[in-house]
Design a protein around this ligand. Structure first.
Ligand SMILES: [Mg+2]
Length: 260
């Protein structure tokens, strides 16, 4: 416990760790206050590429936690950072929302729907037959196919909606090409997030609620991991996995307790 609290960097998944839907989870506010008081370096990480940092900040502010937009890291930012490292000053045709387009612009990319280096697909509700057709043509002409995150489904207040993995599937099927996905469980997401902090892997911990995305990504990125049972995973589920998190807690609030 003490070794955990002495870490310098904390990267936290949000849904199932900080909030669930529109409800703050027990101990989350106290945990974030502690991060601020202790001057920890921290980032809130999400596989969703739709929202900008500012929109995420506003959402969490409505729930009662106030932090600057700079403390959020999305798959849109991670994808832009990755593509800029692969192909500085490259071009992309984007099926996605402002969060993704802006991240690509900020990483030095320009948008091109004639002969782009990449077709990039993120979470979006502005999706059409024409856009899929265009994407297929561009991939067949040589554009590389990138998805921000492999999630097939996104939970919303109005029920599940197709995630990036589902939206990109028709392009994969029609072209016979497999997309490369940047979001969790790809550990690159965490490695790119680490670049935003000024601490090393051994000084950082990743906190999440899913074994197959969060914990495996943390293990592959070689950071210590915390599984919280406030989201989709129950304690009984742990026996099903060949790997384990470094720590398991009921919720993030338990990290602050002397004894559990
Ligand atoms: Mg989660």
């Amino acid at each position: 416990m003490e070794s955990l609290r002495l870490k310098k960097g904390f990267i936290c998944d949000m849904d199932g760790v900080i909030y669930h839907g529109n409800e703050l989870l027990p101990g989350a506010r106290e945990f974030v206050e502690w991060l601020k008081e202790e001057k920890k370096e921290f980032l809130f990480l999400t596989n969703n590429s739709q929202r900008s940092r500012r929109e995420l900040q506003q959402k969490i502010h409505r729930l009662g936690i106030t932090v600057d937009p700079v403390y959020f890291y999305t798959t849109a930012l991670a994808t832009a950072s990755f593509l800029a490292s692969q192909h500085p000053g490259g071009t992309a045709y984007v099926i996605g929302d402002a969060g993704l387009t802006n991240a690509l612009y900020e990483a030095g990319f320009s948008i091109n729907d004639i002969d782009p280096d990449y077709v990039v697909v993120g979470e979006t509700r502005s999706y059409s037959f024409e856009k899929i057709q265009q994407a297929i043509n561009l991939v067949m002409k040589g554009a590389k196919l990138i998805g921000t995150n492999p999630d097939l489904v996104c939970p919303t207040d109005a029920g599940p909606i197709p995630g990036c993995g589902s939206l990109i599937a028709p392009i994969e099927y029609a072209t016979g090409r497999k997309a490369y996905f940047m979001g969790k469980p790809n550990p690159l997401m965490i490695r790119h997030a680490l670049r935003c902090l000024s601490c090393g892997r051994d000084e950082t911990v990743f906190i999440g609620d899913q074994m197959e995305t969060d914990i495996i990504a943390g293990i592959h990125a070689e950071v210590d991991t915390v599984l919280v049972l406030s989201g989709v995973t129950a304690k009984e589920d742990l026996v099903k996995y060949a790997y384990r998190p470094t720590f398991v807690f009921k919720s993030v609030g338990d990290i602050l307790k002397e004894e559990i």
